[in-house]
Structures are given as structure tokens and as C-alpha cells.
Write a protein that binds this ligand. Structure first.
Ligand SMILES: [Zn+2]
Length: 146
């Protein structure tokens, strides 16, 4: 188990996946996942999607219990921010959101003149090799960019 894995919910000996899913869906009523680019010009996209779809709440309010602990949220939109707003780069978030919250809508929004889409995989690989001490990537990683 890696250091990171020790912090995962599933590492808790009392972890019950079914109970966790129910608790998550009650604590956060997410129903729409919005994938968009991290370009600052795209920052308002989740708000725009909420207005366009209606019956959505974003960013929502954090709900605290009597002790001041943050225990829930009213947001219905789950923003996923990735370079270029590409769904393939958001697959893990899509999968987890669907599994935990039963997401009803997935919205992918691109914006004009996206700088993140000007790079090719080969150029990124070349830059990575030029700008770091690493001179080559493992074969499987390099093959994924081919
Ligand atoms: Zn962009």
C-alpha cells in the first residue's frame, strides 16, 4: 500500500462501499459533471451551465453541523478542470462521480482559441525530454504518445 493509499476511504477497516455511496449521495446532491479547460477565460463555464440547464445550483453552499464541521454541500454541479477540456483526461473523475453520485448529465465545454490544444503529443514528449533530466520515458508511456 502506498503512502497515498493509506488516506483512501477504502483503506479504513470499517469501510462499507454501499454505505459510503449512500452517504456521499446524501451529502452532495451532484447531478451534472462539467468538463472544461483550466484557461482562466473558461472559469465561468460551470455557472453558465447551471444557468442554461436550470434547476442546478453552483457553486452552492457548504453545510456545517453543530460542531462547525463541513458535512455537506448544496451544489449540483461537479466541475472537472483539465487542459483543453478533454473528456479523455477526465475519465477517472467521470467514473468516480458516476459511481458515487449517479451523475445524470455530463457536459463537455470547449472554448475558442484554446492554447492547451496547440500542442501535439509528440511535441509534449519532446519538450519533456528536453526540459528534464529524464532522457527517455518508459516504453509503455512513449508508446501511448505514438
Ligand atoms: Zn483552453
Amino acid at each position: 500500500m502506498s503512502k497515498f493509499d493509506r488516506f483512501a476511504f477504502s483503506a479504513n477497516p470499517e469501510f462499507d462501499e454501499a454505505q459510503t455511496r449512500v452517504a456521499f449521495s446524501k451529502a452532495v446532491p451532484l447531478k451534472t459533471l462539467v468538463i472544461y479547460c483550466y484557461d482562466p477565460r473558461a472559469a465561468e463555464i460551470p455557472n453558465a451551465v447551471a444557468r442554461l440547464l436550470g434547476n442546478e445550483e453552483y457553486p452552492g453552499r457548504v453545510i456545517v453541523d453543530g460542531s462547525g464541521n463541513r458535512v455537506a454541500s448544496t451544489t449540483t454541479i461537479f466541475p472537472v478542470v483539465v487542459a483543453g477540456g478533454r473528456a479523455i483526461d477526465a475519465l477517472r473523475s467521470i467514473t468516480v462521480a458516476q459511481h458515487l453520485f449517479g451523475i445524470q448529465n455530463i457536459v463537455v465545454v470547449h472554448h475558442s482559441y484554446c492554447g492547451a490544444t496547440t500542442f501535439t503529443a509528440r511535441a509534449l514528449l519532446k519538450l519533456t525530454n528536453t526540459n528534464t533530466r529524464q532522457t527517455s520515458l518508459p516504453f509503455t508511456t512513449a508508446a501511448a504518445f505514438a
